[in-house]
Write a protein that binds this ligand. Structure first.
Ligand code: FES
Length: 101
């Protein structure tokens, strides 16, 4: 399993991108210049969070509207008490490395 490296130019502030991190669907989000990576599958019934809406540091699931804090994975509200996992990211010059463990 290997890390995923993205060009920061492809992830402007306020946007998200879904990646495959060693077989796991992971979403990378740019929140006002700070990037975060979190599990892309909603723990409620499996909606793809990368297809949801990002507002500030909050992603809303496109299926039933559960909301998660992309910085911590914590549930803000919605149909599930379960958080999403978060993954380590590192900025390396003009690139962003999502760490695969
Ligand atoms: S699948 Fe995400 S809120 Fe239902």
């Amino acid at each position: 399993m290997t890390d995923v490296v993205l060009d920061l130019a492809d992830l402007p502030p306020g946007t998200m991108k879904t990646i495959d991190l060693g077989g796991t669907e992971v979403v990378v989000a740019n929140v006002d210049g700070a990037c975060f990576a979190f599990g892309g599958i909603c723990p409620h019934e499996g909606g793809s969070l990368g297809d949801g809406e990002l507002r500030g540091a909050v992603v809303t699931c496109p299926w039933h509207g559960a909301r998660f804090d992309v910085r911590t994975g914590a549930v803000i509200d919605g149909y599930t008490p379960e958080p999403v996992p978060v993954f380590e990211v590192r900025t390396e010059g003009e690139q962003l490395r999502v760490i695969c463990r």
